[in-house]
Design a protein around this ligand. Sequence first.
Ligand SMILES: CC(C)(COP(=O)(O)OP(=O)(O)OC[C@H]1O[C@@H](n2cnc3c(N)ncnc32)[C@H](O)[C@@H]1OP(=O)(O)O)[C@@H](O)C(=O)NCCC(=O)NCCS
Length: 310
Amino acid sequence: MSEFHLRTMTDDDRAEVGELIYASLNVWHMTHGRGPIFTAGPQSCEVFYDVYNDLTPGKNVVAVNEPTGRLAGSCYFHPRPNHVSLGIMAVHPNYWGKGIGGRLLQHIIDFANGAGLPTIRLTQSAISVDSYSLYNRYGFIPRVAFQDMLVTVPEGGLNLAVPLRDHVRDAVPGDVEDMVDLELDVSGLSRQLDWDYCIANERGMWHVSVLESPQGEIDGLIVSVRHPAITMLGPAVARTEEQMIALFAAELDHHPGSTPVFLVPSERDTIVRQVYEWGGKNCELHFYQSRGEFQPFQGVSIPSFLPETG
Ligand SMILES: CC(C)(COP(=O)(O)OP(=O)(O)OC[C@H]1O[C@@H](n2cnc3c(N)ncnc32)[C@H](O)[C@@H]1OP(=O)(O)O)[C@@H](O)C(=O)NCCC(=O)NCCS
């Protein structure tokens, strides 16, 4: 391993890391009996750099192949008040199995320990034993299983009539304090930064909704992203399954003419059955894994891959 060293990712790495993520994940999937997961070209994957650099600049790490100076691996990580989230981890296929993923991960574990942050959280593919093993070997524990579900939204929207849907509205900056409180209650996460960022939507790719009770309380929230690299609903948080169904139904209509993906906790059978009724199809499985303190969810917590949640 002496021919590789780690350093902080910089602006100059943006294009190369985009290529690396595109190659790493696509080659993994295509050599394991699946199609590519990114289909809009390597440059589309620069979106991960852009978003994470907007949110927490200087907190990303690359592994450099010393003889060539080329990048062999990269990982983003996002410190928040009481946790670190990790994603997206990628090692170039030429270097799989040489300990680079482990070194990147140890770097982030050391960062979390040094910063006194008690938990690292991530969502990883349950069909990838390579990914599962990497995290599990370094002390992560799988906590919740999710199925990735795709729903096609026609140009005119799905216009799904479900209870509570008329309680869902666009989020505004004044909602953020209540959004933070809700998520802290339900999943133990705190990330005002992410909600402020997605609502401000300076990159024009986010939408955020909240579910407001008749008493004026924020009982649910959902973010969605639409970009050539990723069209996805989540993160999302709600106290009940009925509320989460209303949030999904409303948010889908912000993506006409596309097929968003979203993670549904496999144990939440009411939501799973409802999404099947909407024509939902499973396309992947993921585990939420955490290392360190863990608070079981007190409601429904939906992770996403951008911004990565766990
Ligand atoms: C997943 C991925 C990042 C792993 O990176 P890597 O550099 O090949 O992994 P490493 O060589 O550092 O191995 C990681 C650890 O898992 C262990 N490991 C690997 N396969 C294992 C298995 N089947 N059972 C038990 N342990 C295993 C290794 O021994 C190593 O532990 P060690 O450091 O204690 O020896 C890489 O396969 C990859 O980029 N895949 C495509 C992209 C991807 O899936 N990213 C993760 C997104 S969730």
